[in-house]
Design a binder for this molecule. Sequence first.
Ligand SMILES: [Ca+2]
Ligand SMILES: [Ca+2]
Ligand SMILES: [Ca+2]
Length: 228
Amino acid sequence: PGSENSTTTAYDLGIDAHTIVIAPALVRFGEDAHIEFRVTNCGLRTAYDYSVQVFDDMDRDSMIDPDELVADISGEAIVPSDSIIMFFVYEKPGLGVHMLGLSLDFANDRNPANNSAFKEFSVTNDIGELTLSPAVFSPNNDGYDDRLQIDFRLPEPGGLLTLYVFDMRGKIVHVLSKKEQWPHIAGTVYWNGEHSTSKAQTGMYIVYLEYSYHDKKIRAKETAVLAR
Ligand SMILES: [Ca+2]
Ligand SMILES: [Ca+2]
Ligand SMILES: [Ca+2]
């Protein structure tokens, strides 16, 4: 104490945008965003008495305006070369694209260059999430990429889920799943490249998701290539 001016790098906390994790990756309107990030002690002394201000930079000027502050979190002591993970819940962010900003407030900090970080995220209303992998699958029973994995995410459980596979001419090739009262908000199904009567031919296919809940409906589609 009292000698922190002996070296210019004595106190330096930093935040890196790469450590910001927002879950879920695509936030639905009305849902909370769970956010975590890492504060690292890049200096030579243990850091105490700092805080991180979290803001939603609506005017994108990289500054915290009074109505943009989301949270002000106090941090625990961090010894040199160590880091801590900080968490908070951004409750029900509004629709649209957000620029989340983090600003480190540490009176002793000698290096302000690493004291802020930004990450963009989106809040959507009516888009179903659908992910296909691999992009090219080969159902020839050689043990490699023999089936198409279809991952999906829904706004809430209890609705009517239907997953179709169409060919590029718009003909229904296969109905993958159709269930009353789908009990989960996420799921995975597989397509082995077959339909009721024969094997689907090489080509591009469209997987189409439709989900009805209450009086609402979401849809999503993605394409994959089948190559035998
Ligand atoms: Ca710093
Ligand atoms: Ca601002
Ligand atoms: Ca294969």
